[in-house]
Every structure is written in structure tokens, then in C-alpha cells.
Design a protein around this ligand. Sequence first.
Ligand code: PMP
Length: 284
Amino acid sequence: MIYLNGQFMPLEEARVPVLDRGFIFGDGVYELIPVYSRRPFRLVEHLQRLEHSLRGIRLPNPHTPDEWSRLIQEVIARNPWEDQAVYLQVTRGVAKRDHAFPVDVQPTVFIMANPLSTPPRTQVERGVACITAADNRWLRCNIKSISLIANVLLRQLAADAGAIETILLRDGFLTEGSASNVFVVRDDMLLAPPQNHLILPGITYDVVLELAQSGGVPFEVREVSEFELRSAQEVMLTSSTKEILPVVEIDGRKVGAGRPGPVFERLYRLYQDFKAQVMRAPER
Ligand code: PMP
């Protein structure tokens, strides 16, 4: 069951007019919220990022955080899986095609849930291969825009090469992955590229840095050069669906020893423990 503009219905019955600005212009934003044991993980933070994305595209938020929370809980309740990936999207609505904003148009609000698929054990235990590419996206990557053609083309390069993700480089520096954030370990220090207009402020990125802080993993938020990426001891990806994944190969060359390293192992454990703990805590 999905939610579309005030109604719950089966996905197969959901219809959006072809003049929706999401379809015509990619004029909208989205969020993807992981749900464990029917409880959304870091919901407040996802809703805050949604607010920032909506401000970024000058679209008033159609719902208060409480309304969003109720709608999301309702979608979760109406679907059969314990662990879900809740996808929500807001577009500027349906209007005659014209680039400038339409007046008096209701935004289109869509929420769906799918079963959450976290990475298979082999990826966690053995690590994954990535490729690199020039980051040719726009300069407002901190907006979670549904206009994802650059990300789609970049990810397809990885798919074509039999790799799992494309790690992006801009002007000689690491930005992020096509759909993930990227961390590097050098001299036993976890390095995270700063959150600015060149990357999406990942919810998982924040969790990982909080866990590094509380778990005594030394870390630094600073720019990471291409050289530092390519000669790193460890590299890892984070996202709501990938959680934390060790990268053991970049462009066909081994990362460090070519297997998941100790900093990854520590953060992965901390992340799994944290998830379990949050899921047991009373609702907030
Ligand atoms: N960067 C990009 C470009 C992404 O698409 C994603 C996944 N939505 C992320 C980073 C990771 O963000 P999060 O941890 O919130 O899933």
C-alpha cells in the first residue's frame, strides 16, 4: 500500500498526471528512510533534511513533522514487512509546462514502502569493488533532488564494470558516491569529506561520525585528495540501505590489504549495536 495526495491505495492503482512537474522537469525532492522492526531509523533527521531540500527548491513543506510522521507510520503499518525502506517524494505538482513556478498548485506527495534489503553478508565480509569517475553533477548536491540523471549515468558506469558503486572526484578531491557517502582511513585516522554543497549530507554519515566520536575512533572532517583516496588503508561507503560497506578494490587496484580493515570492522559493529539499541528504546 502506498500514500498519494491524501489517500492510501495499492501501488498498482496509483496514478500521477503526465503534466506533473516531477515527470516533466524532475522538479521535486525525496527521502529514503530505513525502517527496522517497523520503527523508522533517524526519522527526525530525515524530516529535517527533507525540509532543507524543500527550502533549496523553494517549495513550501506540505506537512508538519508530526503529519509526516503519522503518514509514514500509517504506510509502515499497512505493509507486511518488519524491515522496510520508506521512499517519499514531493513534487511541485501538476501544471501547464512552463519552467517558472506555477501559482496555486498543490504539490504531489507520494510515500511508498518496499522491503528493506541490506547488503548480503558476502559484501560485508569480503568487501566490494568500486570505480571512480569525474563528478559532473550540479553544484547543489546537498539538495536531495529527484533529478538524478547524472547519478544514474555515473552509477551505470559501475554496473557496466561489474562494480558496486562509482566514487566521485571533483577537482582532484573526493566528493561522495553516486548514491552513498565515502570515508577513507589513513594513518589510522578516519577521514570524512566536509558536508557542503558538493555532497549530500548523509544521515548514515552523521551516525558514523557520532559512533566514531563515542567509540573512540580518531576522525577528522576535511577534504580528501584523489591521491589520499587511492593510497588509503581503508575506504568505506555509507548509506541508509548500504549501512557501512568496506571497499576493497578501486579501479581494479587493491585498497590496503584488499580486505575489510579494522576501522571498518569496529564501525560496523558499533553501527549494528547502535541500531539494535535504538530499536529497543521507547518511541520518541
Ligand atoms: N549521497 C548520495 C548522492 C545519496 O544518494 C545517498 C543516499 N540517499 C547518500 C549520499 C547517503 O545518504 P543517507 O545516509 O542519508 O542514505
